[in-house]
Design a protein around this ligand. Structure first.
Ligand SMILES: N[C@@H](CCC(=O)N[C@@H](CS)C(=O)NCC(=O)O)C(=O)O
Length: 212
């Protein structure tokens, strides 16, 4: 295959948002499903920091999910919501909040033992961020209406992880608009497509899988 190569890990929220952007922009690539415990040398050679997703283009390597999204959006797919300047700023602020503060607390809530953290305290911090988000959005069905936006695809994989940590607790919470949005997201063709399973990439048999 002579396509961009995407190193991906199905369950990684950063890789999920990159895959969704590639689907929305119909950007074909060769997907190489990896495992974080045994990253292939081929990936580490082009991206020493060892995180997924990585997109290898003909002339450059994109090592950040948000850069992969920007690259995919260069073709301005008309199935993606176009932000006003104000919405763009709000979205960027929220994406940053989820990538930094929310992810920080989410990791310590989910893996309290590993981080020697107080799970309850970090669950409360996640809750507070989701409650604030709930006051800012009015999903119908996506955050900005009928079209999915980069804000939806960027933050929902993390909100989903928060749900997975304890679904019973999650669904009892008061952030009902966030819950409705997540339910819609998880049932969407876009998300289902992005979560398609691929065999682990085998460097001995180097052709990956065609994606999307
Ligand atoms: N800022 C990076 C973060 C990517 C990231 O942290 N991915 C995780 C998996 S979800 C990873 O690859 N971690 C490396 C490891 O666990 O060894 C991005 O947005 O692409």
């Amino acid at each position: 295959m002579n396509l961009p190569i995407l190193y991906s890990f199905r369950r990684c929220p950063y890789a999920m948002r990159a895959r969704m952007a590639l689907i929305l922009a119909s950007k074909n690539c060769e997907l190489r499903e990896i495992t974080l415990k045994n990253k292939p040398d081929e990936m580490l050679k082009i991206s020493a920091k060892g995180t997924v997703p990585v997109l290898e283009l003909r002339n450059k390597v994109l090592e950040e999910s948000l850069d992969i999204i920007s690259w995919a959006m260069q073709s301005h797919p008309d199935n993606v919501y176009i932000f006003s300047a104000k919405e763009k700023l709000m979205s960027e602020t929220l994406i940053h909040l989820f990538d930094s503060k929310f992810k920080y607390h989410l990791d310590r809530y989910k893996y309290a033992f590993r981080y020697k953290a107080d799970s309850f305290n970090h669950q409360e911090q996640c809750k507070s961020i989701l409650e604030k988000l709930d006051t800012k959005i009015n999903p119908s069905p996506w955050i900005f209406g009928k079209k999915v936006s980069l804000l939806d695809i960027s933050i929902l994989p993390f909100i989903r992880q928060c749900k997975i940590a304890n679904p019973e607790w999650f669904f009892e919470q008061n952030f009902k608009k966030v819950i409705a949005l997540l339910n819609f997201f998880e049932a969407s063709d876009l998300f289902i497509h992005a979560m398609k399973k691929f065999d682990l990439w085998d460097p001995q048999n180097p052709n990956g899988s065609l994606f999307p």
